[in-house]
Design a protein around this ligand. Structure first.
Ligand SMILES: Cc1cc2nc3c(=O)[nH]c(=O)nc-3n(C[C@H](O)[C@H](O)[C@H](O)COP(=O)(O)OP(=O)(O)OC[C@H]3O[C@@H](n4cnc5c(N)ncnc54)[C@H](O)[C@@H]3O)c2cc1C
Length: 466
């Protein structure tokens, strides 16, 4: 990495070498721009270093326990399995280091200059590099600083809680863990630790976990998690954490005390804008937090753009990448491009997995005049011999006026893979008739998506008949 820079001009200065920043830097350089990118931690950002990728590796690890248990029904005798956390973490770290190298070399090959430092904005066209103190004058600035774990409200003993960042580097697998939070990160880590053999208690202040997902999905996943031994405690929060020797005691709102090896907080993330110089540069923030941008990701300062989690639009890696690409094409490629944020498919790598795209039943019934819901739950074929009691949930949300598929919600093995593919059909405007006309692939779980014939719930049909 280069650390010495002269106060020379670049066309583009990117703050943050995460999903969005790296893509924007490479594409802008490909369009001929002189690009410098600053990263204060590790190249690859949240997704590669302490988000999607390491998490999915831990998810894979955690699912083996179920596979071992299910193999017996298919005739296999598996000797008692032993799990070694340090091996998993070391192998995961090796893969992350390899990926970081790939990201760095792709930037270098594209001709992007990398500076390992924290960068702050001085004004519309100047950046200060904190490591060297150098100032860089730039034609455009792209803020791609991502998000950081939200600490929640301070409680006594808060310093004892770990965040998702720390969870990737624990020296040992906790035997018992309390996780506070009900979003996808809290749920995923609850399932990871449980699958690896820990006793998990998930504490959430709301009435049910996974706010924002379809209500059927929320209750189905919660029931499945409980069936696997995770205790889901809703309507409560951790009010204090006390350290006692190597253990921690979490006190809940109602006074219940839970002793565990770790207490983890995953209560959300917030845009990473602290001490970045945005106020002094006159960059406006949005009412929901994050940097306010227009459809082209341009901030209130014309030479400064922002993409990814720092703008708090849809906080997912593929979205940050698309926004970075569109920015580079717009500003340096002469091809104005807007990212379409509608119908973004998404997965939660819980156990069982969730795949979702489009409107939930509640959203559709509020927004559309006539809605048909097709819903099924069934025991997957594999479970007949494995003896597992898990059920798959599939749900289609149809705009009954146009026959368009406006929402698909899946819980079950492979839901993330399924939603990527049906997401294409939804994006293309597929109708229920299109799904009906598609031949099933048998025997699969996904075939249910094209074989559901009778609506299970209908909204707005009386009005339509008038
Ligand atoms: C545990 C976890 C699991 C996740 N799982 C998924 C998933 O399965 N699928 C999915 O799509 N998304 C997932 N996400 C979300 C995904 O990681 C983010 O949406 C994505 O990384 C956002 O990219 P970004 O470019 O906006 O920012 P980031 O990837 O966060 O990159 C920002 C970078 O900027 C650097 N930086 C910040 N400030 C400065 C500064 N002043 N100077 C220099 N450098 C700076 C940071 O060190 C960081 O490297 C997950 C996130 C977490 C935390």
């Amino acid at each position: 990495m280069t650390t010495s820079v002269s106060a020379n001009d670049v066309d583009l200065f990117v703050i943050g070498a995460g999903s969005g920043g790296v893509r924007a830097a490479r594409i802008a350089a490909g369009h001929g721009a002189r690009v410098m990118i600053a990263e204060e931690y590790r190249i690859g950002g949240t997704c590669v270093i302490r988000g999607c990728v390491p998490k999915k590796l831990l998810v894979y690890a955690s699912r083996f326990s179920h596979d071992f248990a299910e193999a017996a029904g298919f005739g296999w005798t598996v000797p008692p399995a032993r799990f070694d956390w340090p091996t998993l973490i070391a192998n995961k770290d090796k893969e992350i280091a390899r990926l970081e190298g790939v990201y760095r070399s792709n930037l270098e090959k594209a001709g992007v200059e990398i500076v390992k430092t924290r960068a702050v904005i001085e004004d519309a066209n100047n950046i200060r590099l904190l490591t060297s103190g150098a100032r860089v004058r730039c034609g455009h600035i792209l803020v791609a600083t991502g998000g950081v774990p939200f600490a929640g409200h301070p409680i006594p003993g808060f310093e004892h809680a770990i965040s998702s960042n720390d969870a990737f580097h624990l020296p040992a697998l906790p035997g018992e863990i309390v996780i506070q939070g009900g979003g996808y990160i809290a749920v995923e880590f609850a399932c990871i630790f449980s699958g690896l053999g820990a006793r998990v208690k998930l504490v959430y202040r709301g009435e049910n976990i996974l706010r924002g997902f379809d209500d059927d999905v929320r209750s189905h996943v919660r029931a499945e998690m409980e069936m696997r031994g995770i205790e889901v405690i809703v309507g409560q929060v951790v009010t204090a954490i006390e350290k006692r020797d190597a253990r921690y005691i979490a006190t809940l709102t109602g006074g219940r005390k839970i002793e565990a090896d770790r207490v983890m907080f995953a209560v959300g993330r917030k845009p990473n804008i602290a001490n970045l110089g945005i106020e002094q540069a006159g960059i406006r923030t949005a009412p929901l937090g994050g940097i306010a941008v227009d459809a082209y990701s341009r901030t209130s300062v014309p030479s400064i753009y922002a993409i990814g989690d720092v703008t708090n639009r849809i906080n997912l890696t593929p979205v940050a990448i698309r926004e970075g690409h569109a920015f580079a094409d717009t500003v340096f490629g002469g091809r104005p491009a807007i990212v379409d944020h509608a119908n973004v498919p998404t997965a939660v790598f819980s156990e069982p997995e969730i795949g979702a795209v489009g409107l939930t039943e509640a959203q559709a019934s509020e927004r559309l005049a006539r809605v048909d819901i097709y819903r099924t739950t069934f025991r997957p074929l594999k479970a007949t011999l494995s003896g597992r009691h898990s059920r798959v949930l599939m749900k289609l949300v149809i705009d009954a006026t146009t026959d368009r598929v406006v929402g698909v919600h899946i819980v079950g093995e492979g839901a993330g893979e399924m939603i990527q593919l049906i997401g294409i059909a939804v994006k293309m405007g597929a109708t229920k008739a299109d799904l009906d006309a598609t031949m099933a692939v048998h025997p699969t779980a996904a075939e249910e998506l094209v074989t559901m014939r009778q609506p299970t719930v209908r909204y707005g049909q009386e009005e339509a008949g008038k």
